[in-house]
Design a protein around this ligand. Structure first.
Ligand code: ARG
Length: 575
């Protein structure tokens, strides 16, 4: 059973609900913050839910439940409005919560959510750019959203493997090798690898329109590569390596790491058994022109091709092998692919084929996301003009530096530069992560780098200012951790109830694979804390109030930093 916070309170109310003979699923019981202290600390609408289900009066249901609530942490409960149950909790409960949250947030979260560390395993497929091509904007989204989700699941106690499934195999490499042999210049490639390889690849396509026999050459080259021809392998390996080292520059700037990089080529020799077994079981059957297919469930859907007429495997076949390998190697509970919404049909087909072939018991999820656009239209790609991700990051840092020079005047030039780097990269990440990924993601420079509103500078400023209050108080953080809360003011109450909802925000973000629940939560917490700061004095307050506010301040710092860490965002020492 959960020991802490909302989960515990919910459980207390749920027990009362059951005690008076109503059936409610835990997911249907919600607790919200109340606006002021007179209305209690938390409110539940469970009585309204029950009233609908059982055809009762909500206030009567609320009365019954209220009378059945028995737990020393509930000081009292009241009915409000159409049938809300408002509960008042004991101050000691808040103090205990706040202290254990400060002491070790990771453990607090895991206990709250009821996870034993390492009990469950998540495999996540993120970033996955294609070798010999520039990283696209959708790869940036997949990298940032994916690494936030990996970090979130780690923090809630999962064993997480973040796998970068790069696109490094397929017939296009035959074409590329042919193009390099025919028109390429290795010295030029060495100097500026990705644009040069892209040019060669584009040239192949242009020339093959005039001369279709080029496609046969491409196929022949890929066959050579598949068969292990040492020259072809050498060239291919070289292409993969220079591409990866280009990608690595961007990952380094973003502070992103992977546990494994098993690209598509890794599965080259792991597909045959799937094909053979699928054939034997009659799941993989003959399609048109000797291709091998899996029939769609819906006859209107296209069949899933797993082997081409010439015997070559496909993107789909490699993904099936990946799933089988993940299953056999890590026995995951969850397998997640963070990929552009454009591949939705593809993933439906993949998961359906996975089920039919019985490749894993894990739950497979396609975490999709929309497109990215710039509010002022600037930096958007014109047709055939590729948006350079480095340029987006450069611009973010430049703008952040301007801001740092304006606002952080006490800092030295060096410190301002470091702040700008943290703030610029943080702003790009936060901008992506604070929006609902299923919608299109807009880039609004002014909002991203503003000290007001839902932005990284605002959150960083809140955390660094709170940090400096603690410093000025001149007490050791360990000592603050032992203070008690005595809530007398609504501002304090808002902050502590926010703090207790942190695990809820993490839980939702995890369930829905949406980091924006964390971002929005942090923003609300920061707003409530800043309202407290503006309304009440902290350092000049009398003893109990001062201790209460310092403990809240410490907890806010810990939670904001923790949340931003999940989002992959650093907090500067000062600003
Ligand atoms: N490399 C692919 C692309 O850029 C994305 C890979 C997505 N993951 C997967 N398991 N298919 O389109």
């Amino acid at each position: 059973m959960n020991q802490h916070n909302l989960a515990y309170l919910k459980d207390v109310i749920l027990k009362a609900v059951h005690a008076v003979g109503f059936e409610v699923n835990p997911e249907d019981l919600h607790l919200e913050k109340t606006k002021t202290l007179e209305h209690g600390h938390f409110a539940s609408n469970v009585a309204m839910f029950i009233a609908k289900k059982y055809g009762q009066s909500p206030r009567e249901a609320a009365q019954k439940i209220m009378e059945a609530i028995k737990d020393p942490i509930i000081k009292k409960a009241e009915i409000a409005g159409p049938g809300f149950i408002n509960v008042f909790v004991e101050q000691k409960f808040y103090t205990d919560e706040c202290r254990s949250l400060c002491k070790n947030l990771d453990i607090y979260i895991q206990e709250s959510l009821g996870f034993k560390p390492g009990e469950k395993t998540l495999l996540i497929d993120t970033s996955h750019p294609n070798v010999a091509k520039p990283m696209g904007v959708h790869h940036l989204l997949s990298t940032i959203i994916g690494s936030a989700l990996a970090q979130l699941y780690r923090k809630i106690g999962y064993n997480v493997i973040n796998d970068n499934y790069i696109g490094d195999w397929g017939t296009q490499f035959g074409k590329l090798i042919y193009a390099i042999h025919t028109w390429g210049d290795l010295a030029k490639i060495e100097k500026d690898p990705i644009p040069e390889l892209l040019t060669l690849y584009v040239r192949f396509h242009e020339e093959s329109e005039k001369d279709p026999t080029l496609d046969d050459h491409g196929r022949a080259e890929f066959k050579k590569l598949e068969e292990g021809d040492s020259e072809s392998r050498k060239l291919w390996r070289y292409i993969v390596e220079i591409s990866l080292s280009e990608f690595q520059k961007l990952y380094k700037r973003l502070g992103v790491t992977f546990d494994v990089i098993n690209g598509e080529s890794f599965y080259e020799n792991k597909m045959e058994s799937i094909l053979n077994e699928g054939r034997k079981a009659g799941i993989i059957v003959d399609g048109e022109k000797e291709a091998w297919i899996i029939k769609p469930e819906d006859p209107n859907d296209p069949p899933t091709v797993v082997r081409k007429s010439d015997g070559a495997t496909l993107y789909m076949t490699r993904d099936l092998a990946r799933i089988k390998y993940w299953e056999e190697t890590w026995h995951p509970d969850l397998m997640v692919n963070v990929v552009d919404v454009a591949q939705s049909l593809y993933f439906r087909q993949l998961f359906s084929a996975t089920d039919k072939l019985n490749l894993t018991k894990a739950h497979n999820v396609h975490v999709n996301f929309g497109r990215m656009s710039f509010k002022d239209g600037k930096m958007s790609t014109r047709k055939g003009n590729i948006l350079k991700l480095e340029e987006v990051l450069d611009e973010a840092e430049e703008r952040a530096l301007k801001l740092a020079r304006e606002k952080a005047i006490e800092l030295s030039e060096e410190e301002q530069k470091e702040l700008a780097r943290i703030m610029g990269i943080g702003a790009v990440k936060y901008n992506i992560l604070s929006q609902n990924r299923v919608n299109n993601i807009t880039f609004d420079w002014d909002l991203m780098l503003s000290f007001e509103g839902n932005s990284v500078p605002y959150l960083m400023y809140t955390a660094t200012r709170a940090q400096s209050i603690l410093k000025k108080a001149g007490v050791d953080e360990k000592e603050v951790e032992s203070y008690s809360l005595q809530l007398d003011d609504d501002h304090e109450k808002m902050v502590i109830t926010d703090l207790m909802m942190y695990t809820d925000a993490l839980h939702r973000a995890g369930e829905e694979f949406k980091p924006n629940h964390i971002a929005n939560y942090l923003y609300a917490l920061a707003q409530d804390y800043n309202a407290l700061y503006n309304a009440l004095s902290i350092l000049q307050a009398e003893d109990n109030a001062k201790k209460t506010r310092l403990l809240l301040t410490l907890a806010v710092i810990r939670v904001v930093k923790h949340g931003l860490t999940i989002l992959g965002i650093d907090v500067p020492e000062k600003m």
